[in-house]
Design a protein around this ligand. Structure first.
Ligand code: SF4
Length: 99
């Protein structure tokens, strides 16, 4: 199962955006049920770092919330995509200023 950009969850969000919450929740439940089934046998964690908490989302997210320094690895591509769109507004000149 591919989690990132999952078409079932994307469809659920389309319903939420249209204000059709009940249908959105129904479809979202499909995603969650498929996820629960998949993670019984699949490694769902996209993080490549050697980490004691690999695949343990509860602990991983709590650790990142606790230290507040950065996001869990699996969130970073999603946030980078959003930042890239904003960065286009200044022709990515901010990248030169990164330390
Ligand atoms: S929250 Fe942490 S453990 Fe869960 S998939 Fe993301 S990086 Fe992996």
């Amino acid at each position: 199962m591919i989690i990132d950009e999952n078409p079932i969850e994307k469809e659920a969000m389309e319903y939420f955006h249209r204000g059709e919450r009940a249908e959105g929740l129904k479809i979202q439940d499909e995603f969650v049920n498929a996820l629960r089934e998949a993670i019984k046998t699949q490694d769902h964690c996209s993080c490549k770092k050697p980490c004691k908490y690999h695949g343990k989302c509860l602990e991983c997210v709590a650790i990142h919330r606790a230290h507040q320094e950065h996001l869990p690895n699996c969130f970073q591509p999603m946030v980078n995509k959003k930042i890239e769109i904003l960065s286009e507004l200044t022709e990515h000149t901010m990248v030169k200023n990164l330390k």
